[in-house]
Write a protein that binds this ligand. Structure first.
Ligand code: ADP
Ligand code: GLC
Length: 518
């Protein structure tokens, strides 16, 4: 076994409330099943939690999936204590801590108890996490240069937690780590000699968490980790590869993306490795769901509700959206974009459709933030088509929900899309998605029934789908029928948790002897 000597954790106060017995106010919220006696302890390791901090769909999944599983297991979450987490107003109780290791500083662990019973552990390390910006980039959109330290710190804290070295009595039976920021969890755990099973979920293969091989001493990892059998990828270290290499099972967030990532087109250099995992039955696609708050009849974010025979509310949200985005009143179709403004999302393709949409009497409302040059292109579009194209650069949950509710169509011409949540939210709010047939978009949109799919990431292929949508908009009975089908799509987590539950069960049943890959 490689020798990575870790200093013993300082003696922290035991977390006296974190026993298997749930406090009275903790109610199994969404799912109530009859396996109470089999409840196991599961720790989600993630860099986002929508209640506290969210850059995209990962935050939503990290918040919704533990809650959906709460009837089956005691699922808690560990995430970094960014400034917005500490400033969120939720009381944080100090319950433990982890020792420093190599260049990773020591950190304390706090605990937040949400009203609905979810428990989040917060890794507090001001020098790494308390900064302005998003979890990953500074205010100018540049990656934090010490991201490898910041997120190795997260992975090692999770491994320490699971090895009983965090001073917290609640010790997970299984870890579920998400995406590259949490991908070092299984690696450190194996190097610790722990047999606690780990599920690693890829939400986006394109973000790998790469750093130089020279970071090995800083990260305090064995030299063999820098070899191809470890986490080396094209002469660098890939956190994401570590997750794939050292976890017991790898999942990704839709069946189609699980297949796509085994091909050169989508595999980001890891396709061969992923193919071998798939052949061994160690890679699978489990589709995301959405939480039940996405209900146009009750969502408190909306200006007015709708559904059934009452559609006035949709018009009210549409009127608000037009005002908010500086658009003229219009009976024409309103197209929405709610997105990270990044290459993945194909915003350049939407940019190229704007003139066509406006010429057809349509309007475009864009809400997003992301790469500075994409933001600039979007602003220019609004200047070119005043009153017809409106752009808001920023991140606002309420406006996003009102935009889904108020629009007729959602544009999602993604180059790739591991799952995608926005198209599911849009369908629930009767905004028909127009999307590329890839990843989770292909799996969650029924072409011509609940939305429109196109095949090629080209202006021409996308244009055909937009034209089909325009024709449907011109035919109210057809538009109404499609809206009703879209709203009825069964995409809630309550329908999607069984595959995770089965996977956890399998792994928990065979806690295995550790065989170190390096
Ligand atoms: P990704 O995770 O790749 O960004 P998803 O569709 O899975 O894509 O999830 C995106 C999530 O982020 C959705 O909840 C969407 O509504 C939300 N979102 C994206 N951009 C914004 C924004 N500017 N303001 C508010 N919510 C946003
Ligand atoms: C990633 C993907 C997105 C997915 C989300 C949640 O951000 O880009 O497709 O829906 O993770 O799994």
């Amino acid at each position: 076994m490689p020798d990575i000597r870790l200093r013993a954790a300082e003696p922290y106060r035991q977390d006296e409330h974190s026993t298997a017995v749930l406090p009275d106010r903790r109610k199994p919220n969404l799912q109530v099943r009859s396996f109470q006696q089999d409840k196991r302890r599961i720790l989600f390791v993630t860099s986002e939690l929508a209640d506290l901090v969210k850059a995209g769909g990962l935050g939503d999944v990290s918040a919704a999936l533990p809650r959906a599983l709460a009837g089956l297991h005691d699922v808690r979450v560990l995430l970094p204590g960014y400034r917005e987490v500490l400033d969120s107003g939720h009381p944080i109780r100090m319950v433990g801590g982890v020792a420093g290791h190599a260049a990773l500083p020591p950190a304390r662990i706090g605990r937040i108890d949400f009203d609905d019973g979810l428990i989040a552990y917060v890794l507090i390390c001001p020098e790494l996490y308390e900064r302005a910006g998003t979890p990953y980039v500074d205010e100018q959109g540049r990656d934090w240069p010490d991201n490898h330290i910041r997120f190795a710190r997260l992975g090692l804290a999770a491994a320490d937690f699971a090895s009983g070295r965090a001073g917290i009595r609640w010790c997970p039976d299984l870890l579920h780590s998400h995406d590259w920021p949490a991908a070092m969890t299984p690696a450190y755990l194996r190097w610790r000699g722990s047999a606690t099973p780990v599920v690693f979920t890829i939400h986006n293969l394109a973000h790998q968490g790469l750093c130089s091989l020279e970071c090995i001493p800083e990260l305090g990892i064995p030299a063999a980790a820098g070899h191809i059998e470890g986490m080396e990828l094209h002469g660098r270290l890939s956190f994401l590869k570590a997750g794939i290499a050292y976890a017991d099972r790898v999942t990704t967030v839709s069946a189609t993306y699980a297949r796509e990532i085994t091909t050169a087109e989508f595999g980001c250099g890891l396709e061969g490795f992923l193919r071998s995992k798939a052949r061994q039955g160690l890679l699978s696609g489990i589709p995301n769901g959405i939480d039940e708050s996405w209900d146009p009849a009750t969502d408190p974010h909306l200006l007015d509700h709708f559904g059934g025979n009452d559609w006035q509310g949709k018009a009210a949200n549409g009127a608000y959206t037009r005002r908010l985005f500086g658009l003229q009143d219009s009976p024409g179709p309103l197209f929405a974009v709610v997105s990270r403004l990044v290459y993945q999302k194909g915003l350049d393709l939407t940019h190229a459709q704007a003139a066509h949409i406006v010429a057809a009497g349509g309007q475009l409302a864009i809400l997003g933030r992301g790469e500075p040059e994409v933001e600039q292109h979007m602003r220019e579009l609004a200047q070119r088509f005043p009153g017809h194209v409106g752009v808001r650069i920023g991140f606002d949950e309420t406006d996003a929900r009102r935009l889904f509710a108020g629009s007729d169509f959602l544009l999602m011409p993604s180059r790739y899309e591991p799952c995608g949540l926005s198209q599911m939210y849009a369908q629930r709010f009767a905004s028909l998605p127009i999307a590329r047939r890839t990843g989770g978009l292909a799996d969650t949109i029924e072409d011509g029934v609940s939305g429109f799919l196109f095949d090629q990431p080209s202006v021409a292929s996308y244009r055909q789908a937009i034209d089909r949508a325009l024709r449907v908009h011109a035919c109210p009975p057809l538009l109404h029928a499609m809206r009703c089908r879209a709203m009825a799509a069964r995409c809630f987590w309550s329908h999607a948790i069984d595959p995770y539950a089965e996977l956890y069960q399998k792994l928990l049943e065979r806690r295995r002897e550790v065989r170190l890959p390096v």
